[in-house]
Design a binder for this molecule. Structure first.
Ligand code: DLL
Length: 436
Protein backbone atom coordinates (compact mmCIF):
# COMPACT_ATOMS: atom_id res chain seq x y z
CA UNK A 1 0.00 0.00 0.00
CA UNK A 2 1.17 3.46 -0.85
CA UNK A 3 0.18 6.84 0.55
CA UNK A 4 0.33 8.61 -2.84
CA UNK A 5 0.37 5.74 -5.37
CA UNK A 6 0.24 7.96 -8.45
CA UNK A 7 3.40 9.74 -7.31
CA UNK A 8 5.29 6.94 -5.57
CA UNK A 9 4.96 4.54 -8.50
CA UNK A 10 5.12 7.15 -11.27
CA UNK A 11 6.70 6.09 -14.52
CA UNK A 12 10.38 7.10 -14.33
CA UNK A 13 10.37 9.09 -17.56
CA UNK A 14 7.45 11.14 -16.32
CA UNK A 15 9.10 11.55 -12.95
CA UNK A 16 12.33 12.79 -14.58
CA UNK A 17 10.34 15.34 -16.61
CA UNK A 18 8.56 16.51 -13.49
CA UNK A 19 11.87 16.81 -11.67
CA UNK A 20 13.45 18.88 -14.41
CA UNK A 21 10.51 21.28 -14.65
CA UNK A 22 10.41 21.70 -10.91
CA UNK A 23 14.18 22.13 -10.72
CA UNK A 24 14.00 24.97 -13.23
CA UNK A 25 11.24 26.61 -11.21
CA UNK A 26 13.16 26.13 -7.99
CA UNK A 27 16.34 27.68 -9.41
CA UNK A 28 14.28 30.61 -10.63
CA UNK A 29 12.60 31.02 -7.25
CA UNK A 30 16.03 31.07 -5.60
CA UNK A 31 17.58 33.46 -8.13
CA UNK A 32 14.67 35.89 -8.30
CA UNK A 33 14.14 36.18 -4.57
CA UNK A 34 17.45 35.55 -2.79
CA UNK A 35 20.44 37.85 -3.11
CA UNK A 36 22.85 35.01 -2.22
CA UNK A 37 21.93 33.06 -5.36
CA UNK A 38 22.11 36.09 -7.65
CA UNK A 39 25.65 36.55 -6.43
CA UNK A 40 26.75 32.90 -6.46
CA UNK A 41 25.14 32.10 -9.84
CA UNK A 42 26.66 35.32 -11.20
CA UNK A 43 30.14 34.30 -10.00
CA UNK A 44 29.70 30.91 -11.69
CA UNK A 45 28.47 32.63 -14.87
CA UNK A 46 25.06 30.94 -14.91
CA UNK A 47 21.40 31.95 -14.70
CA UNK A 48 18.37 29.68 -14.20
CA UNK A 49 17.88 29.76 -18.00
CA UNK A 50 21.07 27.70 -18.35
CA UNK A 51 19.40 24.78 -16.59
CA UNK A 52 18.09 22.83 -19.56
CA UNK A 53 19.08 19.31 -18.52
CA UNK A 54 20.18 17.45 -15.40
CA UNK A 55 23.77 17.62 -16.63
CA UNK A 56 23.56 21.41 -16.64
CA UNK A 57 23.06 21.32 -12.89
CA UNK A 58 26.77 20.58 -12.41
CA UNK A 59 27.54 24.11 -13.69
CA UNK A 60 25.76 25.54 -10.68
CA UNK A 61 27.64 26.29 -7.45
CA UNK A 62 27.11 24.40 -4.19
CA UNK A 63 25.53 25.76 -1.05
CA UNK A 64 27.17 24.86 2.26
CA UNK A 65 26.10 24.92 5.87
CA UNK A 66 28.39 27.93 6.32
CA UNK A 67 26.43 29.81 3.64
CA UNK A 68 23.28 29.09 5.63
CA UNK A 69 24.95 30.31 8.82
CA UNK A 70 26.12 33.48 7.12
CA UNK A 71 22.54 34.11 6.01
CA UNK A 72 21.28 34.08 9.61
CA UNK A 73 18.45 34.66 10.20
CA UNK A 74 16.39 35.34 7.08
CA UNK A 75 18.69 36.05 4.15
CA UNK A 76 17.92 32.63 2.58
CA UNK A 77 14.15 33.23 2.64
CA UNK A 78 12.51 33.58 -0.77
CA UNK A 79 9.18 34.63 0.74
CA UNK A 80 8.09 37.59 2.88
CA UNK A 81 7.25 36.88 6.50
CA UNK A 82 3.53 37.10 5.78
CA UNK A 83 3.85 33.83 3.81
CA UNK A 84 5.96 32.05 6.41
CA UNK A 85 4.03 29.51 8.47
CA UNK A 86 6.80 28.12 10.65
CA UNK A 87 10.46 28.58 11.48
CA UNK A 88 12.84 25.82 12.59
CA UNK A 89 16.47 26.21 13.58
CA UNK A 90 19.41 23.92 14.18
CA UNK A 91 20.77 23.90 17.70
CA UNK A 92 23.87 25.86 16.85
CA UNK A 93 26.06 23.78 19.16
CA UNK A 94 28.75 23.62 16.50
CA UNK A 95 28.50 27.26 15.41
CA UNK A 96 25.94 29.88 14.45
CA UNK A 97 22.45 28.36 14.27
CA UNK A 98 20.81 27.96 10.87
CA UNK A 99 17.24 29.15 10.48
CA UNK A 100 14.85 27.60 7.99
CA UNK A 101 11.39 28.90 7.09
CA UNK A 102 8.43 26.95 5.73
CA UNK A 103 5.32 28.18 3.95
CA UNK A 104 1.99 26.39 4.45
CA UNK A 105 2.67 24.47 1.22
CA UNK A 106 6.14 23.47 2.40
CA UNK A 107 4.62 22.07 5.58
CA UNK A 108 1.96 20.20 3.61
CA UNK A 109 4.58 18.56 1.41
CA UNK A 110 6.64 17.68 4.45
CA UNK A 111 3.71 15.89 6.08
CA UNK A 112 3.07 13.99 2.83
CA UNK A 113 6.69 12.88 2.54
CA UNK A 114 6.72 11.48 6.06
CA UNK A 115 3.28 9.93 5.52
CA UNK A 116 4.77 7.73 2.78
CA UNK A 117 6.96 6.10 5.43
CA UNK A 118 3.96 5.40 7.64
CA UNK A 119 2.53 3.34 4.77
CA UNK A 120 5.90 1.63 4.33
CA UNK A 121 5.44 0.11 7.80
CA UNK A 122 1.86 -0.86 6.93
CA UNK A 123 0.35 2.07 8.76
CA UNK A 124 -2.76 3.99 7.75
CA UNK A 125 -5.64 6.01 9.20
CA UNK A 126 -6.34 3.14 11.60
CA UNK A 127 -2.86 3.43 13.16
CA UNK A 128 -1.82 5.00 16.41
CA UNK A 129 1.49 6.83 16.00
CA UNK A 130 3.56 7.69 19.04
CA UNK A 131 5.98 10.51 18.33
CA UNK A 132 8.88 10.34 20.76
CA UNK A 133 11.18 12.63 18.81
CA UNK A 134 11.68 15.95 20.57
CA UNK A 135 9.17 18.64 19.63
CA UNK A 136 10.48 22.15 19.16
CA UNK A 137 13.03 23.73 16.90
CA UNK A 138 14.36 20.23 16.15
CA UNK A 139 12.38 18.96 13.17
CA UNK A 140 11.86 15.37 14.39
CA UNK A 141 8.75 15.83 16.53
CA UNK A 142 6.71 18.18 14.38
CA UNK A 143 7.81 16.46 11.16
CA UNK A 144 6.64 13.03 12.26
CA UNK A 145 3.53 14.60 13.74
CA UNK A 146 2.66 16.21 10.40
CA UNK A 147 3.10 12.81 8.71
CA UNK A 148 0.70 11.20 11.16
CA UNK A 149 -1.87 13.92 10.62
CA UNK A 150 -1.55 13.72 6.84
CA UNK A 151 -2.37 10.01 7.03
CA UNK A 152 -5.12 10.50 9.57
CA UNK A 153 -3.46 8.45 12.32
CA UNK A 154 -4.21 8.93 15.98
CA UNK A 155 -1.05 10.81 16.93
CA UNK A 156 0.33 10.64 20.48
CA UNK A 157 2.76 13.56 20.85
CA UNK A 158 4.77 12.24 23.81
CA UNK A 159 7.94 14.06 22.66
CA UNK A 160 11.14 12.69 24.19
CA UNK A 161 11.75 12.13 27.89
CA UNK A 162 10.01 10.43 30.82
CA UNK A 163 10.75 7.02 29.39
CA UNK A 164 8.61 4.95 31.77
CA UNK A 165 5.61 7.01 30.79
CA UNK A 166 6.46 6.44 27.13
CA UNK A 167 6.26 2.70 27.79
CA UNK A 168 3.01 3.06 29.68
CA UNK A 169 1.42 5.10 26.87
CA UNK A 170 2.70 2.63 24.32
CA UNK A 171 1.09 -0.23 26.16
CA UNK A 172 -2.15 1.41 27.33
CA UNK A 173 -2.91 3.35 24.15
CA UNK A 174 -1.94 0.41 21.93
CA UNK A 175 0.66 2.26 19.89
CA UNK A 176 1.12 0.70 16.43
CA UNK A 177 4.05 2.79 15.25
CA UNK A 178 6.80 4.46 17.25
CA UNK A 179 8.82 7.35 15.83
CA UNK A 180 12.06 8.41 17.59
CA UNK A 181 15.84 8.19 17.28
CA UNK A 182 17.31 4.66 17.24
CA UNK A 183 19.17 5.27 20.50
CA UNK A 184 15.94 6.36 22.16
CA UNK A 185 14.07 3.40 20.69
CA UNK A 186 16.60 1.10 22.34
CA UNK A 187 16.22 2.89 25.67
CA UNK A 188 12.41 2.63 25.44
CA UNK A 189 12.67 -1.09 24.62
CA UNK A 190 15.11 -1.75 27.47
CA UNK A 191 12.98 0.26 29.89
CA UNK A 192 9.89 -1.75 28.91
CA UNK A 193 11.81 -4.98 29.52
CA UNK A 194 13.03 -3.70 32.89
CA UNK A 195 9.46 -2.85 33.80
CA UNK A 196 8.69 -6.53 33.33
CA UNK A 197 7.10 -6.44 29.87
CA UNK A 198 7.88 -8.45 26.78
CA UNK A 199 7.10 -5.72 24.25
CA UNK A 200 7.78 -8.00 21.24
CA UNK A 201 4.82 -10.18 22.21
CA UNK A 202 2.75 -8.17 24.65
CA UNK A 203 2.55 -4.82 22.86
CA UNK A 204 0.59 -4.39 19.61
CA UNK A 205 3.34 -2.19 18.13
CA UNK A 206 4.36 -3.37 14.64
CA UNK A 207 6.42 -0.58 13.09
CA UNK A 208 9.11 1.93 14.02
CA UNK A 209 10.27 4.98 12.06
CA UNK A 210 13.72 5.77 13.31
CA UNK A 211 16.28 8.31 12.14
CA UNK A 212 18.22 11.51 12.82
CA UNK A 213 21.40 9.51 13.58
CA UNK A 214 23.17 6.46 12.17
CA UNK A 215 22.50 2.99 13.59
CA UNK A 216 24.48 -0.14 12.75
CA UNK A 217 22.72 -3.18 11.28
CA UNK A 218 23.04 -5.02 14.56
CA UNK A 219 21.59 -2.16 16.54
CA UNK A 220 18.65 -2.06 14.13
CA UNK A 221 18.17 -5.80 14.59
CA UNK A 222 18.28 -5.44 18.35
CA UNK A 223 15.62 -2.72 18.34
CA UNK A 224 13.43 -4.60 15.86
CA UNK A 225 13.55 -7.84 17.83
CA UNK A 226 13.10 -6.28 21.28
CA UNK A 227 10.02 -4.37 20.09
CA UNK A 228 8.83 -6.96 17.57
CA UNK A 229 8.56 -4.46 14.72
CA UNK A 230 9.46 -3.62 11.13
CA UNK A 231 12.26 -1.04 11.26
CA UNK A 232 11.96 1.88 8.85
CA UNK A 233 14.99 4.15 8.57
CA UNK A 234 14.05 7.79 7.94
CA UNK A 235 16.52 10.37 6.70
CA UNK A 236 16.24 14.11 6.64
CA UNK A 237 17.90 17.32 7.70
CA UNK A 238 16.52 20.60 8.89
CA UNK A 239 18.12 22.71 6.13
CA UNK A 240 16.35 20.66 3.47
CA UNK A 241 13.07 19.98 5.30
CA UNK A 242 13.28 17.57 8.23
CA UNK A 243 12.48 13.84 8.50
CA UNK A 244 11.00 12.35 5.33
CA UNK A 245 13.53 13.28 2.63
CA UNK A 246 14.08 9.52 2.19
CA UNK A 247 12.44 6.53 3.89
CA UNK A 248 13.05 2.79 3.92
CA UNK A 249 10.42 0.40 2.57
CA UNK A 250 9.78 -3.17 3.74
CA UNK A 251 12.38 -4.52 1.27
CA UNK A 252 14.98 -3.08 3.65
CA UNK A 253 17.45 -2.30 0.93
CA UNK A 254 17.80 1.46 0.92
CA UNK A 255 15.65 4.52 1.53
CA UNK A 256 13.33 5.82 -1.23
CA UNK A 257 14.06 9.48 -1.87
CA UNK A 258 10.92 11.63 -2.23
CA UNK A 259 12.09 12.38 -5.76
CA UNK A 260 9.15 14.57 -6.65
CA UNK A 261 10.45 17.01 -4.02
CA UNK A 262 14.22 16.43 -4.01
CA UNK A 263 16.90 15.82 -6.60
CA UNK A 264 19.92 13.95 -5.25
CA UNK A 265 23.48 13.79 -6.55
CA UNK A 266 26.48 12.04 -5.03
CA UNK A 267 29.79 13.85 -5.33
CA UNK A 268 33.35 12.96 -4.54
CA UNK A 269 34.04 15.27 -1.57
CA UNK A 270 37.62 15.84 -2.75
CA UNK A 271 37.09 16.62 -6.43
CA UNK A 272 33.48 17.83 -5.98
CA UNK A 273 32.59 15.99 -9.19
CA UNK A 274 29.48 13.78 -9.37
CA UNK A 275 30.17 10.04 -9.18
CA UNK A 276 28.15 7.35 -11.02
CA UNK A 277 25.13 5.73 -9.37
CA UNK A 278 26.22 3.03 -6.94
CA UNK A 279 29.43 4.75 -5.85
CA UNK A 280 29.79 6.11 -2.34
CA UNK A 281 30.29 9.82 -1.76
CA UNK A 282 28.69 12.95 -0.33
CA UNK A 283 25.00 13.51 -0.84
CA UNK A 284 24.07 16.80 -2.49
CA UNK A 285 20.39 17.78 -2.55
CA UNK A 286 18.46 20.25 -4.67
CA UNK A 287 14.96 21.04 -3.43
CA UNK A 288 12.32 21.01 -6.16
CA UNK A 289 9.24 22.41 -4.46
CA UNK A 290 10.38 24.38 -1.43
CA UNK A 291 8.86 27.84 -1.55
CA UNK A 292 10.42 29.58 1.42
CA UNK A 293 13.96 28.18 1.46
CA UNK A 294 14.83 26.65 -1.91
CA UNK A 295 18.27 25.07 -1.89
CA UNK A 296 20.23 24.45 -5.04
CA UNK A 297 22.97 21.83 -4.64
CA UNK A 298 23.17 21.75 -0.86
CA UNK A 299 26.17 19.81 0.40
CA UNK A 300 24.79 17.63 3.19
CA UNK A 301 28.15 16.13 4.26
CA UNK A 302 26.31 12.81 4.61
CA UNK A 303 27.97 9.78 3.08
CA UNK A 304 25.83 7.38 1.05
CA UNK A 305 25.30 6.07 -2.48
CA UNK A 306 22.42 6.01 -4.95
CA UNK A 307 20.68 2.69 -5.51
CA UNK A 308 19.00 2.94 -8.88
CA UNK A 309 17.91 -0.68 -9.41
CA UNK A 310 14.12 -1.13 -9.42
CA UNK A 311 12.68 -1.97 -6.01
CA UNK A 312 10.41 -4.97 -5.44
CA UNK A 313 8.00 -2.79 -3.45
CA UNK A 314 6.88 -1.15 -6.70
CA UNK A 315 7.96 2.37 -5.82
CA UNK A 316 9.86 3.91 -8.70
CA UNK A 317 11.72 6.58 -6.76
CA UNK A 318 15.43 5.85 -6.49
CA UNK A 319 16.97 5.05 -3.14
CA UNK A 320 19.93 6.09 -1.06
CA UNK A 321 21.80 3.50 0.96
CA UNK A 322 21.75 3.58 4.73
CA UNK A 323 23.82 6.58 5.77
CA UNK A 324 27.38 5.71 6.70
CA UNK A 325 28.03 8.86 8.66
CA UNK A 326 29.03 12.41 7.90
CA UNK A 327 32.25 13.52 6.29
CA UNK A 328 32.68 15.85 9.27
CA UNK A 329 32.04 13.00 11.78
CA UNK A 330 34.78 10.97 10.25
CA UNK A 331 37.59 10.58 12.76
CA UNK A 332 41.14 10.67 11.55
CA UNK A 333 42.96 8.51 14.05
CA UNK A 334 46.68 8.24 13.47
CA UNK A 335 45.99 9.00 9.84
CA UNK A 336 43.35 6.30 9.46
CA UNK A 337 39.80 7.32 8.55
CA UNK A 338 37.26 5.83 10.93
CA UNK A 339 33.52 6.41 11.19
CA UNK A 340 32.05 5.88 14.66
CA UNK A 341 29.47 3.64 12.95
CA UNK A 342 32.26 1.20 12.00
CA UNK A 343 33.22 0.89 15.65
CA UNK A 344 29.57 0.30 16.53
CA UNK A 345 29.32 -2.39 13.87
CA UNK A 346 32.16 -4.32 15.53
CA UNK A 347 30.89 -3.85 19.08
CA UNK A 348 27.46 -5.17 18.21
CA UNK A 349 28.85 -8.49 17.00
CA UNK A 350 29.86 -9.26 20.61
CA UNK A 351 26.91 -10.64 22.58
CA UNK A 352 28.71 -9.99 25.88
CA UNK A 353 28.49 -6.20 25.46
CA UNK A 354 25.56 -3.82 25.01
CA UNK A 355 25.10 -1.19 22.29
CA UNK A 356 26.08 1.54 24.73
CA UNK A 357 29.52 2.98 24.18
CA UNK A 358 31.53 6.16 24.24
CA UNK A 359 34.66 6.94 22.26
CA UNK A 360 37.10 9.44 23.79
CA UNK A 361 40.02 10.72 21.76
CA UNK A 362 43.06 12.35 23.35
CA UNK A 363 46.66 13.03 22.46
CA UNK A 364 49.24 10.92 24.23
CA UNK A 365 52.39 12.70 23.22
CA UNK A 366 52.36 13.00 19.45
CA UNK A 367 49.99 10.07 19.01
CA UNK A 368 46.23 9.89 19.07
CA UNK A 369 44.83 7.72 21.81
CA UNK A 370 41.42 6.11 21.58
CA UNK A 371 39.53 5.03 24.68
CA UNK A 372 36.43 2.99 24.04
CA UNK A 373 34.11 2.52 26.98
CA UNK A 374 31.51 -0.18 26.47
CA UNK A 375 28.89 -1.51 28.82
CA UNK A 376 28.74 -5.24 29.40
CA UNK A 377 25.40 -7.02 29.17
CA UNK A 378 23.71 -7.51 32.57
CA UNK A 379 24.54 -11.25 32.73
CA UNK A 380 28.27 -10.81 32.08
CA UNK A 381 30.50 -11.54 35.12
CA UNK A 382 32.36 -8.25 35.01
CA UNK A 383 34.20 -9.01 38.29
CA UNK A 384 35.81 -12.16 36.90
CA UNK A 385 39.13 -10.76 35.81
CA UNK A 386 40.03 -13.62 33.48
CA UNK A 387 36.78 -13.38 31.52
CA UNK A 388 37.00 -9.60 31.48
CA UNK A 389 40.56 -9.58 30.13
CA UNK A 390 39.68 -12.22 27.56
CA UNK A 391 36.71 -10.19 26.27
CA UNK A 392 38.81 -7.01 26.14
CA UNK A 393 41.51 -8.80 24.16
CA UNK A 394 39.05 -10.27 21.66
CA UNK A 395 37.22 -6.97 21.17
CA UNK A 396 40.49 -5.09 20.79
CA UNK A 397 41.79 -7.59 18.22
CA UNK A 398 38.58 -7.42 16.22
CA UNK A 399 38.64 -3.61 16.18
CA UNK A 400 42.29 -3.61 15.18
CA UNK A 401 41.71 -6.02 12.33
CA UNK A 402 38.63 -4.15 11.06
CA UNK A 403 39.80 -0.58 11.50
CA UNK A 404 43.60 -0.83 11.61
CA UNK A 405 43.55 1.22 14.78
CA UNK A 406 44.57 0.22 18.31
CA UNK A 407 41.94 1.00 20.88
CA UNK A 408 42.12 0.94 24.67
CA UNK A 409 39.01 -0.79 25.91
CA UNK A 410 37.31 -0.20 29.19
CA UNK A 411 34.41 -2.49 30.01
CA UNK A 412 31.97 -0.82 32.35
CA UNK A 413 28.95 -2.01 34.29
CA UNK A 414 25.51 -1.92 32.69
CA UNK A 415 23.77 1.49 32.83
CA UNK A 416 26.92 3.46 33.63
CA UNK A 417 27.06 5.47 30.40
CA UNK A 418 24.65 8.31 29.86
CA UNK A 419 21.51 7.43 27.86
CA UNK A 420 20.18 9.60 25.08
CA UNK A 421 16.59 10.56 24.44
CA UNK A 422 17.50 12.27 21.18
CA UNK A 423 20.67 11.99 19.14
CA UNK A 424 23.24 9.95 21.05
CA UNK A 425 26.63 11.49 21.73
CA UNK A 426 29.14 8.76 20.90
CA UNK A 427 32.39 10.68 20.52
CA UNK A 428 34.31 13.10 22.71
CA UNK A 429 37.32 14.49 20.89
CA UNK A 430 39.74 16.12 23.32
CA UNK A 431 42.69 16.18 20.95
CA UNK A 432 44.56 19.40 20.47
CA UNK A 433 45.28 20.71 17.00
CA UNK A 434 43.28 20.23 13.87
CA UNK A 435 41.64 16.93 13.25
CA UNK A 436 39.15 17.55 10.47
O1 DLL B 1 17.96 15.01 12.25
C1 DLL B 1 16.00 15.49 10.92
C2 DLL B 1 15.44 14.17 11.29
C3 DLL B 1 14.62 14.05 12.38
C4 DLL B 1 15.71 13.06 10.49
C5 DLL B 1 14.07 12.82 12.69
C6 DLL B 1 15.17 11.83 10.79
C7 DLL B 1 14.35 11.71 11.90
P1 DLL B 1 19.12 17.68 11.75
O2 DLL B 1 19.06 17.82 13.23
O3 DLL B 1 19.29 18.90 10.92
O4 DLL B 1 17.82 17.02 11.21
O5 DLL B 1 20.29 16.67 11.46
C8 DLL B 1 20.52 16.22 10.17
O6 DLL B 1 21.28 14.05 10.95
O7 DLL B 1 22.62 15.50 7.99
C9 DLL B 1 22.54 13.32 9.11
O8 DLL B 1 23.90 13.52 9.39
C10 DLL B 1 21.82 12.87 10.36
N1 DLL B 1 20.74 11.95 10.02
C11 DLL B 1 19.44 12.23 9.81
N2 DLL B 1 18.76 11.12 9.52
C12 DLL B 1 19.66 10.09 9.53
C13 DLL B 1 19.57 8.68 9.30
C14 DLL B 1 17.34 15.79 11.55
N3 DLL B 1 18.43 8.07 9.01
C15 DLL B 1 21.62 15.19 10.15
N4 DLL B 1 20.72 7.97 9.37
C16 DLL B 1 21.85 14.63 8.78
C17 DLL B 1 21.89 8.55 9.67
C18 DLL B 1 20.91 10.63 9.84
N5 DLL B 1 22.03 9.87 9.91
Amino acid sequence: MYFQPEIETMDREKLRDLQLTRMQESAKNAFDNIEFYRKSFGEAGVTPDDLKSFDDLTKFPFVTKQDMRDAYPFAMFARPMVDVARIHASSGTTGQATVVGHTANDLKHWGECFARGIYMVNGGPQSTLQVSYGYGLFTGGLGAHAGGEAVGCAVIPTSSGNTKRQVQMMRDCKTDILACTPSYALLIADTAIEMGYKPWEEFPISGGIFGAEPASDNMREEIASKLGIQYCDVYGLSEIMGPGVAMECAERHGLHIAEDHFYCEIIDPETLKPVPDGEWGELVITTLTRECCPLIRYRTRDVTRIISEPCACGRTHRKIDKLRGRTDDMLIIRGVNVFPSQIEQVITTFPEVATHYLITLTNKGPLDHVLLQVETEPGFPIDEIRKLEDLKARLGAELKSNLQVSVEIQLVEPKTLERSMGKAKRVIDLREGTHA
